[in-house]
Design a protein around this ligand. Structure first.
Ligand code: VG1
Ligand code: CO
Length: 562
């Protein structure tokens, strides 16, 4: 079929600055005339000379507007000289699977349609993210370039009549402006499953889940929260590993996630928590809308903090075939993530890195073969098998370790704490506050804590005191390419190793969200099993005082406590 492209005049929008992970706005904002078109054109323009003849992967988490946006992007790729688009059937591909496809097919990059863990539906959130050819989220230099293009953009290119059927698998070939343009509609699950089979020992996982003569079946409950992971979970846990159908729930990707907030934490995955509390299952996992986050629970809903999850994985990587072949290069965490992995890096004898919040900061270390395992306190865990965090990978990694160690989740945690000590951690989120109020709060806090006299200050609550050792706004220089990320969150580091971190979220679609992170280390064996909220209570109160959060935001309490 022969098609001709056309150029459409447009006016720039001034609010298309990508945040921690792509551009996220309400669906209604993306549906404004030319809004999505402009941002997509800016992504394509940012490719410069690489655009003509490029190959792009395209997929999203199945939320409302993914399919419309995917079809639009195909029309725009056709008009901009892209040679081929590899798109998931119905426009659906998980974020980790996109990263894998970019790497496996050696493409120029990929466009991911997701607002991740934010709710979906006509009145909820949508997002667009660009990943570069290493499979990872575009670094700051690229997202800044995309933003600079958006504020000057005066036209976009489109082939209005090219209506590709993205519901049917197969290769579609078109002629656009005399040149060949191909759209390959793929089954997005197959490549990802084969990657997992290369990384893990599926036969030992099968024995674990189905049981053997000498061992009862290990009962798992996997909740996809109606997000993109459903089909992947079904293929891996039921078809490959032989878990029963009742082991997987909410596995049909829905445009509004069935009304769920697809964020795997104790608040929004409460359904999984209460199911595990019944004591029937040995292991529970939930994933977010686009499949890159995970929450791990043990029997009776024993909660594994993401910071601890990372550390336990770090000290048991030898059980995972992938790392036996690839070796273990280094460990990393985002700055607000509790420091449990730091001690494991030391014990294992590998390098350790602390990067700003956002997965994009891990990519260059992985590309330089310096990093094997990394994570964020926000339920993100992953390795250098791809360049995104990977929810299903994390669940399988836990199961592989359990299969080898023959211990429960709780036993693994307790022996970890006995060996390394325990980082108690909590995060307070104040969602959807007034942006100006929050900016004022951050400004005032920074001025207070960075004044030279602040170091040495003693902060107390009841009979517990902490002495400030260092206070700053976190500044990161990438050790590989020297790029700088400044002002990544205010840190108060205390002499006993405890920390208070305060930063504003970069993934919200409106207003501002304040995140306060509290991390405190304990090595006294008698105190290891305490409740985090109780243990951290003095430090939490100090954080609330120092930030004056109630005064600035008018909020009596956080919206989410993790
Ligand atoms: C949050 C998390 C961060 C994570 C990001 C994207 O960002 O804190 O750790 O990388 O979401 O995760 P922020 O700026 O809101 O704190 V996802 O699953 O949205 O791709
Ligand atoms: Co996500």
């Amino acid at each position: 079929m022969e098609f001709r492209s056309s150029t459409v005049h447009t006016k720039p929008f001034d609010d298309q600055k990508p945040g921690t992970s792509g551009l996220r706005k309400k669906v209604k904002v993306f549906q404004q005339k030319n809004y999505t078109e402009n941002f997509v054109q800016a992504i394509l323009n940012s490719l410069g000379d690489e655009l003509k003849g490029s190959v792009l992967v395209l997929g999203g988490d199945g939320r409302y507007y993914v399919k419309d946006a995917a079809k639009l992007i195909v029309k725009m790729c056709a008009a901009n000289g892209v040679k081929k688009v590899i798109v998931g059937q119905h426009g659906i591909v998980s974020t980790p699977a996109v990263s894998n496809l970019i790497r496996k097919r050696n493409t120029t990059g990929g466009i991911i349609l997701t607002a991740s863990h934010n709710p979906g539906g006509p009145d909820q959130d949508f997002g667009i993210k660009f990943n570069t050819k290493n499979g990872g989220p575009a670094p700051d230099s690229v997202t800044t370039e995309i933003f600079n293009i958006t504020v000057r953009l005066d036209s976009y290119n489109i082939v209005p009549d090219l209506d590709c059927d993205i519901d049917t698998l197969g290769v579609n070939t078109y002629t656009v402006d005399g040149k060949e343009f191909v759209v390959e509609v793929i089954d997005s699950v197959a490549d990802y499953v084969s990657l997992m089979k290369d990384i893990f020992d599926f036969s030992s996982l099968r024995d674990l889940l189905k049981g053997t003569e000498s061992r009862d079946p290990f009962r798992v409950l996997i909740n996809s929260l109606n997000g993109v992971t459903g089909p992947y979970v079904r293929e891996i846990f039921v078809n490959e590993l032989g878990a029963g159908e009742s082991s997987i729930v909410n596995t049909k990707p829905l445009e509004d996630f069935g009304g769920l907030h697809p964020d795997p934490n104790l608040t929004y995955a409460a359904e999984l928590v209460s199911a595990l509390k019944e004591g029937v299952h040995d292991f529970g996992a939930a994933f977010d809308g686009d499949g890159d986050r995970n929450m791990i629970l043990g029997k009776n809903a024993f909660f594994v903090t993401p910071s601890d999850s990372l550390a336990v994985l770090g000290s048991h990587l030898r059980h995972i075939p992938y790392f036996r072949i690839e070796g273990v290069k280094g460990f990393a965490r985002s700055m607000p993530t509790a420091g449990a992995i730091d001690r494991v890096a030391n014990a294992v004898g590998v390098d350790f890195y602390e990067v700003p919040t956002g997965w994009k900061y891990f990519g260059s270390l992985m590309d330089a073969s310096r990093l094997s395992l990394c994570g964020e306190e926000s339920f993100g865990t992953g390795s250098d098998h791809i360049r995104e965090k990977d929810g299903i990978w994390a669940a399988l990694a836990w199961l592989q370790i359990i299969a080898c160690e023959k211990k429960s989740v709780e036993e693994l945690l307790i022996s970890h704490w006995k060996r390394f000590g325990r980082n108690f951690f909590t995060r307070y989120d104040y969602e959807n506050c007034n942006a100006d109020d929050c900016a004022r709060m951050m400004h005032k806090l920074e001025q207070t804590v960075t004044s030279p006299a602040y170091v040495g200050t003693q902060l107390s609550h009841k009979n517990k005191s902490y002495v400030v050792k260092l206070a700053d706004n976190f500044h990161y220089e990438d050790p590989v390419d020297g790029s700088i990320a400044a002002r990544q969150g205010i840190r108060l580091l205390f002499e006993d190793g405890s920390r208070i971190i305060v930063r504003l979220s970069g993934t919200g679609s409106s207003g501002a969200t304040v995140r306060i992170y509290i991390d405190s280390y304990e090595k006294d064996e008698n105190l290891l099993l305490g409740d985090a909220q109780v243990v951290l209570s003095p430090l939490i109160n100090i954080a609330l005082d120092v930030t004056e959060i109630k005064i600035h935001t008018g909020r009596e309490a956080p919206t989410v406590i993790t």
